[in-house]
Design a protein around this ligand. Structure first.
Ligand code: FAD
Ligand code: E0Q
Length: 469
């Protein structure tokens, strides 16, 4: 029997995982990727960009047989390290112990690991082949290389993993209204770097860190944390890289004061960071240069009413549902898409129309839920994590979780450490948030809250999770 053929557009994180999973299940997989092979040319001009990997992402990697390899190059993050304006730090643990942590992974290394796995499983990846146009009457893809060489590829089943600016989506929209809507956040981001201790330019290593370097340490700050500098309407974060550096990201309004558009020269950059992120300034020897050289990244949420054209073309990952990054779940959600699609397709390989409709039915409510929770989390991270009432709510949330295992489960835990559908996490999280607000009303500390009374509210408003998930 002929193998079922599928064509994937984009060999980014989602496309390369999907190629692996489908090739492992016996599909004949062809992939077309716009960029050159990063194993030959390096990734993103060598800049180190990292991502937080959580349980949903690990699940996909585990199915692909890659968990062990990625664990070896990932850095554990136990919680968020909050940096206040005076440079004081405080660790808010994400979970109960070190079994409930997230991981910082290098985007380039993860992509390369996935490309190797896809090829080892039998997928054919064609680099430097950009999807340019599609002739739907003959199912012919028109491809182009950077040097302008043109080619075609005939494909009956096309899976679009070509990211937020998806060319496949554009081609689909020419024949069918997808109900596309992009909601810009109005804020963008800038990536900066805190080097490894050994890589500071000579004479620029702050003196307390000279001792750390002498002791053989590699990192300029606590390595096992996701660092956050919440500043009200904006914030910085930093994630550790295995070699000892941190990738810092400033999230800030695109326009207004302060804004990305308003910071235009080295003096502006220094003044802004000296005022708001003073403890980080001595750790960023190339602050001004990085800020002025690196591009501004754009942020927003992409909503579509339809993700597929019958059984011919389907969008997944960012191509279908790009979200803002504030929950660290975009890739994790995309990996969950890849797993779901691989399972549906291998159960019904001859009927892609049924599979695509079922995929959309299952995934769309979850995509909408994580999109909403990611937007919530920007406000929470930049403005609330330092507030007294937020801290009290967090304390009560944890106390109730300990008193009602399987019934009261913190939303962050459901999103990050479980594979409970995002839609369920969103719905139950909403109920819990309302109860928390009600229970802390007028209270200053956990001791003032009647937990027996709280238990009654919990039992009245929440069913055990297995029964409702
Ligand atoms: P992409 O990674 O964008 O890959 C798309 C691929 O398609 C690329 O290789 C591209 O070259 C290729 N392509 C594009 N157009 C064409 C074409 N015409 N023809 C052929 N190929 C094409 N997610 C997390 O889970 N955790 C995090 O901590 C996290 N942090 C983030 C921080 C920031 C600042 C941002 C912006 C995002 C973050 N994300 C995070 C989200 C994550 O980056 C995305 O969800 C993820 O990369 C989506 O994967 P994808 O494969 O769908 O798209
Ligand atoms: C995580 C892990 C880009 C980014 C990635 C993240 C997180 C944040 C803030 C950001 C959310 C959190 N978070 O700490 O609650 O958990 O991935 Cl900005």
């Amino acid at each position: 029997m002929n193998k079922h053929a599928v064509t994937i557009v984009g060999a980014g994180l989602v496309g390369s995982l999907l190629a692996t999973l489908l090739a492992q299940r016996g599909f004949a997989v062809s992939v077309f990727e716009r960029r050159p092979d990063p194993r030959r040319t390096g990734f993103l001009g060598g800049r180190s960009i990292n991502l937080a990997l959580a349980e949903r992402g690990w699940h996909g990697l585990r199915l692909a047989g890659l968990q062990q390899r990625m664990l070896e190059i990932a850095v554990m993050m136990r919680g968020r390290m909050i940096h206040d304006l005076d440079g004081r730090t405080n660790l808010q643990r994400y979970g109960r112990d070190d079994s409930e942590v997230i991981w910082s992974v290098n985007r380039g290394a993860l992509n390369i690991t996935l490309l190797d796995a896809a090829e080892a499983a039998g997928a054919a990846i064609h680099f430097d082949r950009r999807l340019d146009a599609l002739d739907w009457t003959t199912s012919t893809m028109h491809l182009r290389s950077e040097e302008g060489v043109a080619g075609t590829h005939q494909a009956d089943v096309i899976l679009g993993c070509d990211g937020a600016g998806s060319a496949l989506r554009g081609a689909m929209a020419q024949t069918t209204d997808l109900g596309e809507r992009f909601e810009p956040l109005g804020h963008g981001y800038k990536e900066l770097e805190i080097p490894a201790l050994a890589d500071f330019p000579s004479g620029q290593l702050p003196s307390p860190l000279r001792d750390a370097l002498a002791r053989g340490e590699r990192f300029a700050m606590e390595p096992n944390a996701l660092h956050i500098w919440p500043r009200g309407n904006y914030m910085c974060i930093a994630l550790p890289n295995a070699e000892g550096s941190f990738t810092v990201t400033l999230f800030l309004a695109s326009e207004g004061t302060p804004s990305l558009a308003g910071i235009t020269n080295a003096a502006d950059v220094r003044a802004f960071f000296e005022r708001d992120f003073a403890d980080a300034v001595p750790l960023m020897p190339d602050l001004e240069k990085d800020f002025l050289d690196n591009p501004v990244g754009l942020l927003g949420t992409l909503y579509l009413d339809r993700w597929h054209l019958d059984g011919t073309a389907l969008l997944l990952g960012d191509a279908a549902h790009a979200i803002v990054p504030f929950h660290g779940q975009g890739m994790n959600a995309g990996f969950e898409d890849a797993v779901e699609l691989a399972e549906l397709l291998s159960a019904t390989p001859h009927d892609s129309a049924v599979v695509f409709a079922e995929f959309e039915r299952r995934r769309k409510p979850n995509a909408d839920a994580i999109a909403a929770m990611a937007l919530d989390n920007y406000i929470e991270m930049r403005d609330r994590v330092d507030d007294a009432d937020y801290l009290l709510m967090r304390e009560l949330d944890r106390a109730l979780a300990a008193r009602h295992p399987g019934r009261w489960v913190p939303r962050y835990w459901m999103v990050t450490f479980s594979r409970i559908p995002y839609a369920t996490a969103f719905e139950r999280g909403g109920i819990q948030a309302r109860l928390l607000r009600q229970m802390i009303e007028g209270k200053q500390s956990l001791a003032e809250i009647d937990l027996d009374q709280a238990d009654l509210l919990v039992q009245r408003h929440l069913q055990p999770i297995a029964a409702s998930a």
